[in-house]
Design a protein around this ligand. Structure first.
Ligand code: GP9
Ligand code: MN
Length: 419
């Protein structure tokens, strides 16, 4: 109820809200926003090769001209792509079970599209799937989207489809005409599809060879990632040719993992590791995240970050004061940030440690911090309990967010109280 909500407000003010102004506050004022969600693209393919071939040549280039966060984690659960959408539009955590897009689509939210409406933006999603998949049509309507360019907006046939549907190159190509017709400024999200499990691709679209391991899934992943990388390059070319590029900022990110721990044996072969430890498993939850602002040189950041941080970061870039908002993430361009990134399964990352499956690891080295070894080495401060103080904080963070969603608590909160 309202009481619970004021407790959460206090917590968020204290823990997640930055006291410091974003270094990039307002640099993208009135610009269009184009978010590209790369289906199942994980960070381990970035600046990496397979069979001696670069996997993502375009992304590797783009990173050099963007603000790039190399330790950025997805925080999704069973709601997969929709969980990622929920995170970036709301800076709330998705649910521990089920998909919030299905279970709580009628809640009151303070989503990015709703906020941007007050600043003359219209919001759109482009994705070539059935509109009711993940209950998107309902959720989008409730959170302020003006239109969803779904499957019905695209010409889809056998020749231009593979796997889950329309191929990414065709998807972007067919989207440009809609994009050019949008009233400006707009907030938009493009969700790719080709790099979806089971990673099917026709020979004519494969520029690199599959990997060779006992996992057909991992083997096929590389050519489809490359295909999506090429589709993204073509999209950038088209954005430039159409004139949309100059007035826009473009955010590119992976939505969630593509290769599950079921394929750890093949993954350890590819990564040249003896085994995939719980530490490695957490590190594999990193997805690419970059913000491309035409005219900006960009910068590479190593600080820990996650999908929960996207909303406050974006609003600050657009110069939108949002003091009364309730977000569980923090602007990426301040130093006054929350000191952990929580994954939805309770694993977490701090500057110094990674915690997963009841084990505490050194973040830098991946070394398991066991009490025994440390007694022997005489450094008791570096023991397995190092993660303990964060454990409680992370649980609190997740549970406060869950309380908001389960209890639809934003009904009791005034987002404009200081106006
Ligand atoms: C479906 C697409 C893929 O529309 O977003 O869904 P996923 O299985 O990744 O959630
Ligand atoms: Mn997905």
């Amino acid at each position: 109820d309202g009481n619970e909500m004021s407790k959460i407000e206090e917590y968020v003010d204290e823990e997640a809200t930055s006291e410091e102004e974003s270094k990039l506050f307002g640099v993208a004022e009135d610009k269009n926003v184009i978010i590209v969600s790369l289906e199942s693209v994980q960070s381990f393919v970035i600046n990496n090769t397979v069979n001696g071939e670069e996997i993502t040549p375009f992304l590797n280039e783009l990173i050099e001209e963007s603000y790039y966060f190399e330790n950025f984690y997805h925080q999704t659960e069973q709601g997969k792509t929709s969980d990622h959408e929920f995170l970036i539009d709301n800076s709330l955590y998705p649910l521990p079970r089920g998909a919030v897009y299905f279970t709580h689509s009628q809640n009151e939210y303070n989503s990015v599209p709703d906020i941007l409406k007050e600043h003359d933006y219209n919001s759109f999603v482009f994705h070539a799937n059935n509109k009711s998949f993940w209950n998107r049509d309902v959720m989008y309507e409730n959170t302020g989207y003006a239109h969803y360019y779904d499957q019905a907006a695209y010409e889809i046939n056998e020749a231009n489809s593979v796997g889950w549907g329309l191929k990414d190159k065709e998807f972007f190509e067919q989207s440009i005409k809609y994009l050019q017709s949008l009233p400006e400024p707009f907030y938009s999200r493009f969700i790719t599809l080709t790099n979806h499990y089971p990673f099917e691709l026709g020979e004519e679209d494969a520029s690199i060879e599959p990997y060779n391991s006992n996992s057909k899934t991992l083997n096929q992943y590389f050519p489809t990632v490359r295909y999506t990388d090429e589709a993204l390059e073509q999209f950038f070319d088209d954005l430039k040719a159409s004139g949309v590029y100059e007035d826009s900022i473009i955010i590119v990110m992976g939505d969630h993992y593509g290769i599950s721990d079921f394929h750890n044996k093949a993954m350890s072969q590819y990564l040249n590791k003896e085994e995939i430890t719980p530490y490695d498993q957490v590190q594999l939850q990193r997805v690419p995240f970059l913000i491309h602002i035409p005219g900006h040189e960009g910068e590479k950041y190593s600080k820990i970050s996650g999908q929960i941080d996207v909303k406050p970061t974006l609003l600050n870039l657009l110069g939108i004061e949002n003091d009364d908002d309730i977000t569980f993430g923090t602007d990426l361009f301040t130093n006054d940030r929350k000191d952990f990134i929580a994954l939805r399964n309770g694993s977490f990352i701090t500057d110094d440690y990674i915690y997963s499956k009841d084990q505490c690891f050194d973040r830098e080295t991946g070394k398991l911090l066991a009490i025994e070894t440390n007694v022997l080495q005489g450094s008791p401060e570096e023991n397995a309990n190092a993660c303990e103080p964060f454990k409680e904080k992370v649980e609190k963070d997740l549970s406060y967010s869950d309380k908001i969603v389960y209890g639809d608590l934003f009904r009791f909160y005034d987002f404009n109280s200081s106006e």
